[in-house]
Write a protein that binds this ligand. Structure first.
Ligand code: ADP
Ligand code: GLC
Length: 503
């Protein structure tokens, strides 16, 4: 069996802040099914240690620049056979909560040291210097936190192949030049053709410059990041590496996100019987304290409250949104200003908008199940997972057609309706007005659906007329019937690893 070391800074259900955790928690299992011997490496945060238990120490070693002994602990991803290796160095990782931020929401001041440590540890394991019998042939790194691994490996001979996946180019791991020296990195890496980025140390450049291949999480984002609009200043380097850059769409964990068998729901449902979806809608309206009204289009949004997610466009359109036959529930946490603006908007339109500030896994599932449509007005979106979850739950996505959203949502039009591919609503201009128009289109179609359903219910004479399937329902069925599992994408990764091994 070929051996793969998968290095990441978060993995569901050990620790999660966003989609990287979903991917790291489900792709390794899919690769294991394809007969790869996988080790999932991440820091030994307290929550991760508890959830991956029982743990055993499999190696102890010293790393350059690390003042003490580092331990490698072996455990398992809960409910799976995937072997987890936790990098344990208390002063760096024995902190609860968000893995990157302190309790005030600021970056931990020693993030450079913490994730350099993770990268150094992965490098030692990759080079067979950790005293382990298992040595990888491929190292797959994810986002800036493991960006130094390909850079460090580039200085070695007889090293494993390296792949770097960009989950989000906007997070680059930038630190002052002094950090470069403090970390004791090989001096020749301080170069524009190396880790330097406009005078700063860039962790992500370690991956972008030195990995044998780069992937990102959708084919469309792979194209976009080679342009100034989406390249975050790195478009030149990415163009230069375009022959070794490709997009592989994320899959989802179809066991965890399954409306027919989801422990977070009281009312399960599937494509053969959608009647319980209405029960979930009622329950969601109750949870969020909104009037129970089946005729209103129930819109939802779940996610990090960050500029990326376009929540400000939603706020800019809120007054006109509230004049449509819609309700909106929102779950999220992040930027304090956005949180406050959302609370204010809720006070203005209490019958239409209800907001929960916080992080709640179970509620995220109930929202996917109970809403009619899911809003993702992202400015940019490398892949996005919520639009995949929502389609699986028959909740039609309304999205800005960028990144992975464009690759995974087919806009409703006469043509896409005729060929049976329509699965949601897209808007194409980065503006609140464009978002509003897309919601209007969805609301019109939904009202048509409600009217048809009402007309199809028993007549005054008691005669039962058969309900025709509405356009909205057809789109729900198209969405729910899509294969969004990891199967296809995991195969693409496995094929790529094999190609890298041949080089
Ligand atoms: P990103 O990684 O940019 O945050 P994705 O759409 O790829 O966006 O993934 C976000 C993941 O995090 C999804 O699984 C989503 O349900 C989850 N999530 C984000 N915010 C919250 C929250 N406040 N409560 C529960 N789950 C959340
Ligand atoms: C990032 C992106 C998101 C993607 C996720 C997993 O956080 O913002 O679009 O789905 O990573 O790849």
């Amino acid at each position: 069996m070929p051996k793969l070391l998968f290095v990441t800074s978060e993995a569901q259900p050990l620790i999660k802040t966003g989609g990287l955790a979903d991917v790291s928690g489900s792709l390794p299992a899919a690769l294991k099914k394809l007969r790869w011997s996988v080790r999932l490496m991440l820091p030994a945060y307290p929550e991760a240690m508890e959830r991956a238990a029982p743990l055993k120490t499999i190696a102890r070693f010293y790393l350059p620049g690390v003042p003490g002994q580092v331990r490698l602990l072996e455990g398992h991803l809960p409910d799976s056979q995937v072997i987890v290796w936790l990098v344990d160095f208390g002063p760096a990782f024995d902190r609860r909560g968000n893995p990157y931020l302190d309790p005030d929401g600021k970056n931990w001041p020693d993030n450079a040291e913490r994730f350099a440590l993770l990268s150094r540890c992965a490098t030692e394991v990759a080079m067979g210097r950790a005293g382990l019998r298992w040595v990888p042939e491929v190292v797959h790194c994810n986002d800036w936190q493991s960006g130094l691994v390909p850079a460090l490996l580039s200085t070695e001979t007889a090293r494993p192949a390296t792949l770097f996946t960009i989950h989000n180019l906007a997070y680059q791991g930038l630190f002052p030049q002094a950090s470069f020296h403090a970390l004791g990195l090989p001096p020749h890496l301080w170069a524009a053709e190396g880790l330097e980025f406009h005078g700063d140390l860039s962790f992500i450049k370690g991956g972008l410059f030195f990995a044998d291949h780069i992937t990102t999480v959708s084919p469309n984002y792979a194209r976009e990041i080679q342009t100034p609009e989406f390249g975050c200043g790195l478009e030149g380097l990415l163009q230069h590496r375009s022959r070794e850059l490709s997009g592989i769409l994320n899959g989802i964990d179809v066991a965890q996100w399954n409306p027919a068998d989801d422990p977070h729901l009281q009312h399960s449902f599937d494509a053969r019987d959608l009647s319980n979806k209405a029960e979930n809608k009622r329950a969601l309206q109750k949870t969020f304290g909104l009037p129970r009204d089946h005729k209103k289009l129930l819109l939802a949004s779940v996610g990090r409250l960050a500029e990326q997610k376009g929540i400000d466009w939603l706020l800019a359109a809120i007054q006109r949104l509230a004049s449509l036959p819609v309700q909106l529930v929102l779950l999220g946490t992040g930027d304090a200003k956005l949180e406050q603006a959302l609370r204010k908007a809720q006070q203005r339109f209490p019958d239409r908008l209800s907001v929960r500030i916080g992080y709640d896994e179970g509620l995220a599932h109930r929202i996917e199940a109970g809403a009619d449509a899911f809003l993702m007005p992202s400015r940019f979106e490398p892949c996005g997972l919520n639009q995949l979850y929502s389609q699986r739950y028959g909740t039609l996505p309304i999205v800005h057609a960028v990144g992975g959203l464009k690759d995974t949502v087919v806009d409703y039009s006469p043509a896409t309706l005729a060929d049976g591919s329509a699965s949601g609503f897209c808007f194409y201009q980065p503006r609140a007005e464009a978002l509003l128009e897309a919601v209007e289109r969805a609301a019109t179609l939904f009202t048509q659906h409600i009217t048809e359903q009402t007309a199809g219910t028993p007549g005054k004479t008691g005669g039962q007329r058969k309900k025709a399937v509405s356009t909205w329902q057809k789109m729900m069925l198209t969405s729910m019937g899509k294969d969004v599992s990891w199967r296809r994408s995991a195969r693409q990764y496995a094929k790529l690893y094999q190609e890298l091994l041949k080089r």
